[in-house]
Ligand binder design. Structure first.
Ligand SMILES: C[S@@+](CC[C@H](N)C(=O)[O-])C[C@H]1O[C@@H](n2cnc3c(N)ncnc32)[C@H](O)[C@@H]1O
Length: 260
């Protein structure tokens, strides 16, 4: 299978800076003694937090390179997780297999939001909980994507049809319509997580190696606009940071809790 874009660079190093989100999510929904699925587990931070908290955990992802890191980390932590390489849009489990269906910054990226929500609900037992997180539109991560994507789109930007966005999963109205008609009650809660980097340059320097953006950065380089992007990114990040030495950002995200 494989999903090469997420295997490029060091996603685990990137994601470790906000792994507190998964730990907090696990504490919020409670997993002890429950069958737990972590959808798009990546390098496994949320799955491993759930296993530490006493869940019987399965972590699913499409990228074998990240699952290998997850497997190693679970072993080092002394916890058991079943790791499954599969596509989250059609998961290889029977209906109603799990009491908790979690996803930190994973399900939000499915191209078909409604189809993804239906799949999450399918796997959740009655009385169980689906809990998913997504970056808000005004988060530093959305702004990075906006700057890079905006420069890449150039003059064509106005012609582009806006499709479903991962940030829809952080918009309470959009979330309500994504889950409309499914047998769940849905609540969306706004949160922030503190993310630290040694410096603004340290973050910008990894972007050419960051899987989902690597191709865009390469295209900007080819077009001679990567330096302009770096300048715009540095200005935006300086405005976001509460520190003048490191980069310290309070990053907004939303938690969607759907109770079946
Ligand atoms: C932003 S990362 C989130 C990883 C982890 N949950 C975290 O909190 O850091 C997105 C993950 O989605 C996975 N992914 C993308 N498309 C997928 C698909 N169709 N099926 C399963 N996993 C997918 C990627 O491999 C990557 O691990």
């Amino acid at each position: 299978m494989g999903c090469s874009v997420w295997a490029v660079g060091n996603y685990a190093g990137w994601g470790d800076r906000f792994s507190a989100v998964g730990t907090r999510l696990v504490a919020e929904v409670g997993v002890e003694g429950f069958d737990v699925l972590d959808v798009a587990t990546g390098h496994g931070p949320t799955a491993i937090a759930a296993a530490r908290a006493g869940g019987r955990v399965t972590g699913l992802d499409i990228t074998p390179e990240l699952l290998a890191i997850a497997r190693r980390r679970a072993h080092e932590a002394g916890v058991r997780v079943d790791w499954v390489e599969a596509d989250m849009t059609a998961m290889p489990f029977p209906d109603r297999s799990f009491d908790r269906v979690l996803s930190t910054f994973g399900a939000m990226a499915a191209p078909d939001h409604r189809g993804m929500a239906t799949e999450l609900v399918r796997l959740c037992r009655p009385g169980g909980v689906i809990a998913s997180t997504a970056w808000s539109l005004d988060s530093v991560y959305s702004k990075i994507g906006g700057i890079v994507g905006g420069l890449l789109a150039g003059d064509d930007e106005d012609d582009a049809e806006p499709g479903p966005m991962p940030t829809d999963w952080a918009d309470p109205d959009a979330v309500r319509s994504i889950f409309a008609g499914l047998p769940v009650t849905v609540e969306t809660v706004a949160r922030t997580v503190t993310v630290r980097w040694p410096s603004i340059e340290a973050l910008i320097d990894v972007l050419p190696e960051f899987g989902p953006l690597a191709g865009a950065v390469e295209a900007l380089r080819a077009a001679g606009t990567w330096d302009a992007a770096r300048t715009a990114l540095a200005e935006m990040l300086a405005a976001e940071s509460s520190s003048s030495t490191e980069l310290v950002a309070e990053v907004p995200y939303a938690v969607t809790i759907a109770t079946r």
